[in-house]
Write a protein that binds this ligand. Structure first.
Ligand code: BG6
Length: 296
């Protein structure tokens, strides 16, 4: 279902028979909303988000490609998040089963301008699907279509902003005892010591070689997000807290209390593709009542 979104930007709405839904802007190939079958919003979208190129939309699921953050020479987080994607009318078969799923296929190819800043030809196919239980699945397939025989390397993240009731009541399970690079301390490497992660100040860490399943437990809402990933070894955890929040023009001063980014990513080791090769990175999100999976 296609319609005009904010500022006339084109969006696609996915609806699943039991009532869950998702909204995808072609600008950025960006999921801006994911609602469960009670109509509750599960992703955070800033009330100050700017829906206007070249600014990336603040919230939802921006795609960081071909560069995560400042790990390279491109602008922060690469350019996929502020390009206009197209609907892929004739996608090659995807490995994902689409039975009972609402889905849309998008494609991004570099423009001549893009090739000036990142001189590689690629086809990036993104399938966004909503499963019968309301699960949201994103599958990225990136192919090197260089005709000059050259490989290329990239880093990547699904920069997911989860909506939480109160950041001080949130716990993340699955990252304890892992090594991480701390962006707030010159990207130095540390080892997480404690239990599940909790939050009382700014955090900007890249957890390395993480398990395929991570849980975000929102005690107040009694909701647990379960994130499953494939092809994406790392996980970025980000919350700007009060000072950085104030410094961001497209983010409300107090909104940091109601969001947490947990980003399935490939950062520490860049992905390298030879011409003709394809990489696949998958993210699956579900939201379940906490008691079902954490015993809380
Ligand atoms: C996170 C990075 O993924 O994204 C942070 O780890 C960064 O360092 C944040 O501040 C937001 O980035 P941006 O470009 O969307 O403001």
């Amino acid at each position: 279902e296609f319609s005009k979104g904010i500022n006339g930007l084109q969006k696609v709405i996915l609806r699943e028979s039991r009532g869950s839904s998702a909204e995808v802007y072609l600008y950025g190939g960006h999921v801006t909303s994911w609602k469960n079958d009670h109509g509750e919003e599960l992703l955070f979208l800033s009330s100050k988000a700017i829906f206007k190129p070249p600014k990336a939309i603040r919230g939802g699921i921006p795609i960081c490609f071909p560069q995560f953050a400042s790990h390279g020479t491109l602008d922060q987080h690469g350019f996929a998040r502020n390009r206009f994607w197209a609907v892929d009318e004739d996608p090659p078969p995807f490995p994902t089963n689409t039975l009972n799923k609402a889905f849309v296929d998008l494609i991004l190819k570099p423009s001549e301008e893009d090739m000036k800043i990142w001189p590689h030809s690629f086809e990036y196919r993104l399938r966004i699907a909503l499963g019968p239980g309301g699960d949201l699945m994103l599958t990225s397939r990136i192919r090197n279509t260089n005709s000059d025989g050259k490989p290329f390397s990239f880093t990547f993240a699904y920069h997911t902003y989860f909506s939480v009731s109160d950041i001080s009541e949130v716990r993340v399970e699955g990252l304890e005892t892992l090594d991480y690079l701390d962006n707030l301390q010159n990207k130095e490497r540390f080892t997480e010591q404690g239990d599940a992660l909790t939050f009382e100040s700014e955090v900007d860490k890249i957890y390395l070689s993480t398990p395929t399943k991570i849980a975000i437990i929102d005690h107040e809402k009694k909701r647990t997000f379960v994130l499953r990933k494939d092809g994406l070894p790392d996980a970025v955890v980000w919350n700007p807290w009060d000072k950085k929040a104030k410094a961001m023009a497209d983010f409300g001063d107090d909104e940091y209390k109601h969001m947490l980014c947990v980003e399935a990513a490939a950062v520490e080791k860049a992905v390298t593709l030879k011409p003709g090769e394809e990489w696949k990175g998958r993210l699956e999100l579900s939201a379940v009542p906490s008691s079902y999976c954490s015993g809380q």
